[in-house]
Each structure stands twice: as C-alpha cells, then as structure tokens.
Design a protein around this ligand. Structure first.
Ligand SMILES: NC(=O)c1ccc[n+]([C@@H]2O[C@H](COP(=O)([O-])OP(=O)(O)OC[C@H]3O[C@@H](n4cnc5c(N)ncnc54)[C@H](OP(=O)(O)O)[C@@H]3O)[C@@H](O)[C@H]2O)c1
Length: 290
C-alpha cells in the first residue's frame, strides 16, 4: 500500500506523516505496511502537470492526499492568479493524474468557502458563497474533483509548526507592551492538526466518497481562543482585549467570514465519534510547545 502526500511540510501534512510513522498506535486507520511518499514543493510543484505526472507514475500510489495550498488568505487577495493556480488548477492536475493511474484522491479544503452569514454550524450541503479569493480559489479546487474522491473541509488549523495563532501568541507574550488585541466578531472552529490527521487518514484509506467537514468540536471567536491560550500558558486571560474587525491595524487585504463554524454531520452519519473539543486539542498542543 503506497500513499502520496502533497504539502507534507505544512501543518496538516507533517501530522499525517507522524500518524503514518505510528501505525501501531493508529491500528485500523493506517496499515502497518504503508509506504508514504511526500515530495517537497521543490521536488514537485503541483501547479506543473508534467512534474505531477512524473511523481505519480514513479510512485504509483494507491491513495493521494493533498494538503498543499496557498493558505495565506491576504496573499491570495493580493495575488489572485497565484491563488487560483495553487488552490484550483493544481487540484485539477492532481485529480487528473490520480484518475490516470487509478489512485484514490483525497483533497483538503476550507471553512472559508462560506460567506459567514449563518448563525448555526454549516453542514456539508449548505450553500457556499466565498467572500475572499482564498475561499473562492479553494471552492474552485473542489469543483475539479471527481465524484469518487474525498473532500475534507477543515478550519482554523494549529500545530507545533507553521503559521498559526497559538504560535503567534507564544511569540507575542512577554514581548508586547499592554494587552494583545484580537477580534471578537469572527467565530470559527479552532482545530488541531494532531486531531484532524487521523480522521483524514481514515476517510482517505476507507475511500469515503464525497464531502466531509472535519474540525475539533466547539466554537470560539479569535479573542476567546486567545484568552484560552493565555490561560493554558498560565497567564492572565485579561492579557487580551476584544476588538472589532474594523479596529484592526493595519486592516487586512481580505475580508473574513463572521461565522464559519462547521458541523461534522457527514462523519457522524458514518458512525464516527466527534473529534475532541478544541480546548482539549489546545491543552495538548501547549503541552507540546511550552
Ligand atoms: N491553516 C488553516 O487555518 C486552514 C484552515 C482551513 C483549511 N485549511 C486547508 O488545510 C490544508 C492544509 O493547511 P496547512 O495549514 O497545513 O497548510 P500550510 O501549513 O500552509 O502548508 C501548505 C503546504 O503546501 C505547500 N505548497 C504550496 N504551494 C505548493 C505548490 N505549488 N506545490 C507544492 N506544494 C505547495 C507548501 O510548501 P512550502 O512549504 O514550500 O511553501 C506547504 O508545505 C490546506 O488545503 C488548507 O487550505 C487550512
């Protein structure tokens, strides 16, 4: 059994590789016989179909998981063609190559496909309506998938590496004069790559077709999330103050959905347990980092 992972140097990709290396612990999710290949961007740029084909035909994977993406939401707004190339056309390349060699394709997408005007968690069948180019390019990527593929939307990812709010707060505490300021009018599903990764493997290896929302349970605003990070670090939760998005300095290039909490309806319907509440994912990550 051979798996090919794109974006293996990113937050989720690294956790997917870590799960595969602990197949004893994740028995029933990842077979012990699995061989995992994870080319870096310099070894395979997924926007280049020739490079993609070369890798697929040399590895001949049974399953392919794509975590590679241009995830900087503001950069996507500033460089729209790059966003569509990385998040849209590259998905077409990977799906085409997977189809040619008969591999199952599992692709990771985002909560930002929604406009944020809901007041209850988005289910898999809810209408998408992205409000920034990151979300629109990721949604375009979703449309490039074959019906037999697996699409997983996750949200607000954090891990021990890469760019995320937990690592940002760890960098800021102690260095910043006065309280941190985080917005209280954007609400989402804080999620942790170490909790998401085993579920991604399960859905990919089981060849579950269609669309799945996969997040930690619970919701929070960025302000509430940062308050809890401070508490986990043994600091005063008053070390962060709530602001509105229009008070951000500097203003961001891309607007964000006000509310992008995802209901994990489709995985529940498969009989799978909910992933842990985000507070427990956070405690685990802080334990790793602090
Ligand atoms: N981060 C979040 O909060 C969040 C929220 C919702 C959904 N998601 C989705 O979850 C998935 C994983 O996110 P993540 O946070 O793990 O991403 P990440 O840490 O930003 O990693 C993305 C990876 O993609 C690689 N990559 C980018 N363009 C590439 C290209 N043209 N060819 C080959 N590799 C390329 C990057 O390589 P380099 O290291 O060389 O740049 C990096 O290793 C993505 O699909 C993302 O859209 C993320």
């Amino acid at each position: 059994m051979r798996a090919l992972i794109f974006g293996g140097q990113g937050q989720l990709g690294r956790e997917l590789l870590a799960v595969a290396q602990q197949s004893d612990k994740y028995r029933g999710i990842v077979p012990q016989s699995i061989e995992v290949f994870a080319p870096t961007r310099s070894q395979c740029d997924i926007t280049n179909i020739d490079q993609v084909r070369t890798v697929f035909y040399s590895v001949r994977p049974d399953v392919v998981i794509n975590c590679a993406a241009l995830t900087d939401v503001d950069l996507c707004e500033q460089n729209v063609p790059s966003a569509y190339l990385a998040n849209g056309y590259s998905v077409r390349n990977l799906q085409q190559a997977a189809r040619e060699i008969g591999a199952h394709f599992c692709h990771v997408s985002t909560d930002y496909v929604f406009d944020g005007n809901a007041d209850e968690p988005y289910r898999e069948w809810d209408k998408t309506n992205p409000i920034n180019h990151y979300g629109a390019s990721k949604l375009f990527g979703e449309t490039q998938l074959d019906p037999d593929s697996t699409t997983i939307r996750t949200a607000w990812l954090n891990s021990a590496t890469g760019k995320n709010v937990v690592r940002t707060v760890l960098d800021l505490v102690g260095k910043t004069q006065g309280p941190l300021r985080f917005v209280n009018d954007q609400i989402g599903s804080p999620s942790f790559a170490h909790d998401i990764a085993p579920r991604v493997w399960y859905l990919a290896m089981s060849r579950c077709r269609g669309l799945y929302h996969v997040t930690n349970q619970g919701s929070a605003s960025w302000f509430e999330f940062v308050s809890e990070i401070l508490v986990c670090l043994g600091r005063d939760r008053l070390g962060v103050e709530p602001i509105a998005t229009h008070e951000l300095i500097p203003q961001r290039s891309a607007i964000r959905p006000k509310y992008s909490v995802l209901s994990n309806f489709a995985t529940s319907s498969l009989g799978l347990d909910d992933l842990p509440d985000w507070r427990s994912g956070l405690a685990h990550l802080i334990g790793q980092l602090a």
